[in-house]
Design a protein around this ligand. Structure first.
Ligand code: PHE
Length: 445
């Protein structure tokens, strides 16, 4: 907390790449399509976009303000800005949430490693029953545990290289690669004959499949995808330089994140509709796909286009790239917390957290029920609860002058000023009330 030479990101691009790297992840490419299928397509997407605009962006700015003004980890930030109050529990909840998310996220990361291997080795091209192929992986608990351990070790390597060399540099290389690959695959998908049905499912609202939990699901997805509500953006904000514009950065990161999610939808749905051999059941297949959607439907579809090995290898490499910039950020939140609050070295802290994650992840690999529980409890409850308190903290508790200084960089930036009034209104009333309403609706709906 009191370090004098605490790291900051070295450049604006590095800062945006790191924050976008955290946001863009399995949440966009794995979770978003299965939530969209489950939520009935276009209507889910519309509610989702609403959630990003109305409370995603404001809460992200709020987290940046907390992080940059305190220059501390998620819990340390509340100690500094609100000494001797209970606000520190918001930070602690965030650290716990990060830990819980890693407990199932790493398992999916492990799956991506397996599918990279299956694609590159050519094994995937010989599979005939893709559900059985995925089920075999899910039943092989030991393999899942090993794969997850491999991915966690990879993440740890980056974390140990520090904020600049590990976090920032990796994101600067990985993020542009990711965009390029997604755009390529998107073009491939929409140019397939019959792709139009998938585009319709994505973009033409149809109330028939909408569920009563659509708001809760979309809100959880927005928080999850933008890495909000657990202090990840507080931690990254603490590495921002004093001259960066917080509002602009939040808008850029959120728009990028939405863009990637929708691109992922454009890769998955048109190709699913175009290449299915069962047009009558494709909707049900998509809706029932669950966590396996990406790993069952997609490889099956890849196999029906020429150069399938190339496309599937590209796709799963892309998935791993998206995932690692997010696991780096998740590990960073908990590591820097232990490092600063318990005065440990970065090395010790990161290794300790990684071991804890492996324990939780092993239980998830053995129990899909536990896996599902960690997923829904963290995204739909813990993150929005965190977001609720973060809005209240910046909306009501923080000194207005501090908020103003952060938003405008001590009056130097014009961009934040226009935003200020509406922004405070959103954080004071709109975001907390909307989150509450969605909880209540989700409980009784
Ligand atoms: N936003 C990441 C994704 O979309 C997941 C994540 C959540 C990362 C919370 C950090 C904090 O995959």
């Amino acid at each position: 907390m009191k370090e004098t030479n605490r790291a900051t990101f070295t450049s604006k691009i590095g800062m945006i790449a790191a924050a976008a790297g955290s946001a863009v992840g399995l949440g966009n490419i794995w979770r978003f399509p299965s939530m969209t299928a489950d939520g009935g397509g276009a209507v889910f997407i519309l509610v989702y976009i609403g959630c990003v605009l109305f409370f995603g962006i404001p809460v992200m700015v709020a987290e940046f303000i907390i992080g940059r003004s305190s220059k501390a980890n998620t819990t340390g930030a509340f100690h500094i800005l609100a000494p001797n109050t209970s606000w520190k529990w918001v930070g602690r909840l965030g650290v716990l949430t990060g830990f819980v998310i890693m407990g199932f996220y790493m398992v999916v990361c492990g799956w991506t490693l397996e599918y990279i291997w299956q694609s590159v080795s050519g094994k995937l091209a010989t599979v005939t029953d893709f559900s059985a192929n995925f089920a075999a992986l899910q039943q092989d608990h030991l393999k899942q545990t090993l794969l997850m351990t491999g991915f966690a070790a990879l993440t740890l390597l980056f974390t140990l290289s520090g904020v600049r060399k590990g976090v920032e540099k990796s994101s600067k290389i990985f993020m542009p690669t990711l965009f390029l690959l997604l755009i390529l695959l998107g073009i491939r998908s929409v140019t397939l004959p019959g792709a139009i049905n998938g585009l319709e499912f994505l973009f033409k609202p149809n109330m028939e499949h909408v569920k009563s939990t659509v708001f809760l699901d979309a809100m959880g997805q927005a928080f999850f995808s933008l890495s909000l509500g657990m202090g990840c953006m507080i931690t990254y904000g603490s590495y921002f330089s004093d001259s960066s514009n917080l509002t602009k950065t939040a808008i850029q990161v959120s728009v990028l994140d939405m863009f990637v999610a929708i691109l992922a939808g454009i890769v998955i749905f048109p190709s699913a509709f175009a290449l299915t051999s069962n047009p009558d059941t494709i909707l049900d297949d998509l809706i029932n796909g669950g966590p396996g959607l990406l790993f069952i439907t997609l490889p099956q579809l890849f196999n029906e286009i020429p150069l399938s090995m190339l496309w599937s290898s590209l796709f799963f490499i892309l998935l791993a790239i998206a995932a690692i910039t997010s696991t780096i950020s998740l590990l960073e939140v908990v590591t820097i917390y232990i490092q600063e609050e318990y005065k440990r070295t970065r090395h010790e802290s990161a290794v300790l957290v990684a071991i804890g994650v492996l324990v939780l992840g092993t239980v998830s690999s053995f129990s899909p029920k536990f896996f599902g529980l960690l997923d829904s409890v963290s995204a739909e409850w813990m993150l929005p609860i965190g977001g609720f308190f973060i809005s209240l903290f910046v909306g009501w508790y923080l000194d207005e002058k501090l908020v103003y200084a952060q938003l405008t960089n001590e009056g130097k930036e014009k961009f934040g000023i226009k935003f200020l009034k509406g922004y405070r209104f959103i954080l004071k009333y709109l975001a907390p009330l909307a989150i509450l309403a969605i909880f209540v609706y989700g409980l009784i709906g």
